[in-house]
Design a protein. Structure first.
Length: 94
């Protein structure tokens, strides 16, 4: 099992649309093989800092999702709305 944190810093004026697309991405991911759970957060002091946290059965499942044609069209719409590239950190239990 892995837990994945994706952090995004959304540009000014793009927050509502970015939130909509990020939610849509999570909904689609929830039906993807290996997906276990997912939550969306925004920083209390700065709503432009959004974090998606998801759990996957394996890193391979996550990698398959990242490379999937289901993810790409929505992710490509989110990228131009960001002030900087998203960051991804993958955790595993110890």
């Amino acid at each position: 099992m892995v837990q994945v944190e994706v952090d995004r810093w959304v540009a000014e004026g793009m927050l509502d649309e970015a939130h909509k697309l990020i939610r849509e991405l999570r909904i689609i991911a929830s039906g993807y093989p290996g997906f276990l759970s997912g939550s969306l957060f925004q920083r209390v002091e700065d709503h432009h800092h959004c974090s998606s946290v998801s759990r996957w059965q394996s890193k391979r499942d996550w990698d398959n999702w990242v490379a999937s044609e289901a993810r790409h069209p929505i992710a490509s719409k989110i990228s131009p709305m960001l002030d900087e590239p998203e960051t991804v950190v993958i955790f595993e239990p110890f």
